[in-house]
Write a protein that binds this ligand. Structure first.
Ligand SMILES: C[S@@+](CC[C@H](N)C(=O)[O-])C[C@H]1O[C@@H](n2cnc3c(N)ncnc32)[C@H](O)[C@@H]1O
Length: 183
């Protein structure tokens, strides 16, 4: 009975959160387990790394990475305050001291202290945010985008520097795009 109520409440909450998130033009869809594992490999996180998930949603990816790499620092930036609340509760339940969630529009944020970036947004969003990231990130910073490429303009200019990976799981197949900032 209790399990049934929990599933019903969770389902209703997901419907509301997804509906509200359409206002930001990038809907809330959490990363799958298969994606989390592959993103962690591509970011090759080490002690002292500063990692940010742009559009961190309910904190699925940030919390999974922070648990796996306790010596890294992790930030999730998210425009939807309801999702920030859920992510903060998740962080507390998991007792993660190396995570912070910031309620902010990514276009008003300074990314210069991060050397590892992940995002699961849209190509249009990526095209705009990559102009900021290209200027602000330190040399050798790694950016991984789930599902969507870095946007038409950015892809045209940086085509030779971008690697594409396929994640094939039992449910579907997705792409991950990787770019490393050079001189
Ligand atoms: C596909 S979800 C990503 C979920 C999360 N990164 C994960 O891997 O589980 C995209 C998120 O981006 C957020 N978002 C959309 N526009 C944003 C903006 N300008 N700044 C910050 N977050 C934004 C949405 O609210 C949504 O939760």
């Amino acid at each position: 009975m209790a399990v049934g109520y929990s599933i019903a409440i969770y389902t209703i909450a997901r419907v509301f959160i997804t509906a509200f998130s359409f206002r930001s033009r990038v809907p809330f869809v959490p990363s799958s387990r298969a994606s989390v594992i592959e993103i962690a490999k591509l970011l090759s996180i080490k002690a002292g790394d500063n990692v940010i998930d742009i559009g961190s949603g309910s904190g699925t990816l940030v919390c999974a990475l922070a648990r796996a790499f306790p010596k890294g620092g992790f930030t999730g930036i998210e425009i939807n305050r309801m999702l920030i609340l859920i992510a903060t509760i998740r962080k507390s339940i998991l007792r993660l001291g190396n995570v912070e969630f910031v309620a902010e529009n990514a276009f008003n944020y300074d990314f210069s202290r991060f050397n590892k970036v992940c995002m699961y947004m849209t190509s249009d969003f990526n095209d705009k945010i990559m102009t900021f990231l290209e200027k602000q990130l330190p040399i050798d910073a790694i950016v991984v985008s789930s599902v969507f490429d870095f946007g038409k303009n950015f892809m045209e200019i940086h085509e030779s520097e971008i690697s594409v990976y396929n994640i094939v799981s039992s449910k579907n197949s997705k792409k991950l795009y990787l770019w490393i900032k050079k001189q």
